[in-house]
Design a binder for this molecule. Structure first.
Ligand code: NAP
Ligand code: GLV
Length: 309
């Protein structure tokens, strides 16, 4: 059985080794050394060159290295007749929850202000709310959003969640649809975006949404750069409507040197590594899906191309 790995990351040999260990009958080819395209059964891909996947005539399944599949399905040549499995694995989920909890606690406890005080050798105790008095909204109650929401609720934050369909999540007040978004935005002192990037969600973090949020609220975007209208964020920071944001994802990555975000003290910038898929934690989910596919059984976490996620 032949497996193709295609990504510009430096993790190819780690994937080869992990897949070989889990399924010794798998030969992993690393793009651009693909051999005979007709022999490739499965592909594991992150932003593959346009047309590559469509040129493999006997593919049975495509695995996205990321939870987000926009980098695959936005390519007009993407072969929509081949099932696409989005990445769901415990390391990716727990890594994202660590990031969200880290950033929520940082804004809740005003970490940026303490850092500035320390730089200025300023001793300034502050009165503030405790977690149960702070409302955190999570846009996207999927695999990542739910895990983060449940952990934040466990820390006693009041947690609101927003999804497309109606949902019930323990200790989380759930909202859905357009009206639900207004209710979540209006109450969220810290708003976290964990939505997939689709036609419906592109540009959702914009001036209209910020205007509905409580004055001085904070934003955390760990989903995709194109969810955010970047100039609207700068305007909201200038006016004080938002007091800060944590951004892990950007329109252009790496964030260009001359981008105004770099110079804003109200922003916490990380390099699209809020959470990363690792062969150490993800290989089992891939070989499990291959086994189901071989047995002719339904494979979980398939992308719905109509919905876009
Ligand atoms: P998921 O399980 O597919 O969940 C997506 C959630 O978004 C679902 O709750 C879905 O609602 C909701 N949603 C989608 N479209 C919506 C709409 N129009 N209105 C309201 N809610 C909508 O995805 P996931 O695994 O949690 O991943 C989420 C995203 O995180 C990925 O797509 C990726 O872009 C991003 N990500 C970023 C990093 C990073 O390092 N920065 C790492 C991993 C993932 P329903 O439940 O009703 O379907
Ligand atoms: C990372 O951005 C992912 O989608 O997993």
């Amino acid at each position: 059985m032949r497996f193709l790995f295609v990504s510009n990351s430096d993790s190819a040999s780690a994937w080869q080794k992990a897949l070989q260990q889990a399924r010794p009958d798998i030969t992993t080819m690393v793009y651009p050394q693909i051999g005979d395209p007709a022999l490739i059964d499965y592909a594991l891909a992150w932003r593959p060159p346009s047309g590559l996947l469509a040129s493999l005539p006997n593919l049975k399944l495509i695995f996205s290295i990321g939870a987000g599949v926009d980098g695959l399905v936005d390519d007009p040549t993407y072969p929509r007749d081949i099932p696409l499995v989005r990445m769901v694995e415990w390391g990716l989920t727990e890594g994202m929850t660590d990031y969200v909890v880290w950033q929520v606690l940082s804004w809740h406890r005003q970490a940026v202000l303490y850092w500035r005080d320390q730089q200025a050798k300023r001793w300034k105790p502050r009165h503030r709310k405790v977690a149960r008095e702070r409302t955190v909204g999570i846009l996207g109650l999927g695999v990542l959003g739910q895990d983060a929401a449940i952990k934040l609720a466990g820390l006693r934050f009041r947690v609101l969640g927003w999804s497309r369909n109606e949902k019930q999540v323990p200790d989380v007040e759930c909202f859905h649809g357009e009206a639900g978004l207004v209710q979540v935005a209006a109450q969220s002192e810290i708003l976290v975006c964990l939505l997939p990037l689709t036609n419906e969600t592109v540009g959702i973090l914009n001036r209209d949404l910020f205007a509905q949020m409580p004055k001085g609220a904070c934003l955390i975007n760990a989903a995709r750069g194109r969810h955010l209208v970047e100039e609207d964020l700068l305007a909201a920071l200038d006016s004080g409507q938002l007091s800060g944001a944590s951004l892990d994802v950007f329109h252009d990555e790496p964030l260009p040197n001359d981008h105004p975000f770099w110079d804003r003290p109200e922003l916490v910038i990380t390099p699209h590594d809020a959470s990363l898929t690792s062969p150490r934690t993800a290989t089992q989910s891939i070989v499990d899906a291959i086994a189901l596919c071989e047995a002719g059984k339904p494979v979980p976490n398939l992308v719905d191309f109509e919905r876009g996620y």
